[in-house]
Design a protein around this ligand. Structure first.
Ligand code: UD1
Length: 373
């Protein structure tokens, strides 16, 4: 019997782990293996839109453990996850811990496991922004340094890892499990009524609109950069209605810095963070996406929607070289230029190597071969 613990904590983890659990069940059945899978939710994200709704729409099993850690400073949150997850490991003694992405839950649980000599698999390994001011970059570098199985989404990741002295035998280029989930759900997402609900569709005609997401500390945690960005977006929204689902971090800072009046100057449709299917529906039908998210750059590439990334760097360079992504930073003139260019160009969906819906199956097959327990 092989026992595997999967860890999720924050919104971008859920869609990455769902296909892996499913593929492991199928691969175990095909190979006559008994695999017990345990799902641990650290509770880093906890509001319904950021968590429960995602579970429901992705068909994720109810977590076997919810550590209910909640929000806090980086040290506090990471430390609390470590303390709680260690107890789960001691009780369950798994053969493997699977972590995904780059959030605080990823490093906290990987570190716990390794201190107990439990092997760790990291899905989405090797991505690097080379910006160590990003909390996620620290989480990525440290998790990769201690993981035993490093599953990568694009070829650049292997070079990054080899450059950090990681043994190439541990690195497996498998593709992108977030895209597995997108390909599985994108047709169902198209039938969601969200466009009608937001008055973006009448008589089967979709009005042109853009969608914006913002939550990076470098864009939203200080008053001046946030005000400049929102002012710029308000200008753009005069040409193209902007749908703006407000991440809790961003909403709190807009309120704290008293910036709601800036938004009132533009043509925004302000909404709460959306469930997975509604958000995919909104992205699929948008003329343009502006975002500082990591995963959205990848989803936009596959959907063929232009994506302007409001950051100075990206850890996902394939979305630029092969996809629809353009790095624009947060300078208003650069954003306005890129916005006009993107609206005048034709884009089509791209499928970088192994972004084919089968990444999780590759992971499951590798893990079951390697873990002959
Ligand atoms: C975290 C991840 C980031 C990821 C993002 C996706 C880290 C270091 N950061 O950032 O990589 O891109 O999630 O959303 O792990 N809050 C709620 N409800 C929730 C969760 C948070 O209201 O369910 C509020 C809290 O006030 C909290 C704030 O949002 O203080 C920010 O949440 P936090 O988990 O600290 O970081 P994110 O910005 O979401």
């Amino acid at each position: 019997m092989t026992k595997i613990i999967h860890v999720v904590g924050a919104r971008p983890n859920f869609m990455k782990i769902a296909p892996v659990i499913e593929a492991l069940n199928q691969s175990a059945a095909r190979n006559n293996r008994t695999v017990t899978q345990i799902l641990v939710h650290t509770g880093q994200h906890y509001t319904p839109e950021m968590s429960a709704l995602m579970f429901e729409q992705l068909g994720l099993p109810t977590p076997d453990y919810n550590l209910e850690i909640g929000s806090g400073g980086h040290g506090q949150q990471t430390g609390r996850i470590m303390e709680a997850f260690e107890k789960v490991l001691l009780a369950e003694t798994p053969d493997l811990v699977v972590v995904v992405g780059d959030v605080n839950s990823t490093i906290a649980c990987a570190l716990d496991a390794k201190k107990l000599n439990i092997p760790v698999a990291h899905i989405e390994a090797g991505l690097r922004s080379y910006d160590r001011e990003m909390p996620e970059e620290i989480n990525r570098v440290l998790t990769d340094a201690i993981s035993d199985y490093l599953f990568t989404t694009e070829e650049s990741a292997r070079l990054n890892l080899i450059g950090e002295g990681i043994n190439g035998d541990k690195i497996f280029f498998v593709g992108n499990t977030m895209i597995d989930t997108l390909l599985k759900h994108k047709d169902a997402a198209k039938t969601r009524p969200i466009l009608n609900t937001l008055n973006l569709k009448t008589n089967d005609q979709t009005k042109p609109y853009g969608i914006v997401t913002l939550h990076r500390p470098s864009n939203v945690d200080e008053a001046e950069p946030l005000k400049e960005l929102l002012t710029c977006l308000a200008e753009l929204s005069k040409d193209l209605t902007i749908v703006l689902p407000l991440h809790p971090r961003t909403r709190a800072n807009i309120e704290k810095f008293n910036l709601m009046p800036v938004l009132e100057n533009g043509q925004f449709i302000l909404i709460e963070p959306q469930g997975y299917l509604d958000f995919i529906c909104l992205m699929s039908n948008a003329r343009l996406i502006l975002s500082d998210s990591g995963g959205i750059q990848e989803e936009a590439t596959v959907l063929g929607i232009p994506c302007l990334t409001l950051r100075e760097n990206t850890e996902r360079p394939i979305t630029i070289s092969e996809g629809t992504n353009t790095l624009v930073g947060n300078n208003p003139n650069a954003i306005i230029n890129a916005f006009n260019n993107a609206l005048n160009k034709d884009y089509s969906g791209k499928q970088p190597k192994y972004w084919d819906g089968s990444a999780a199956v590759r992971i499951a097959d590798i893990l079951l071969t390697q873990l002959m327990v």
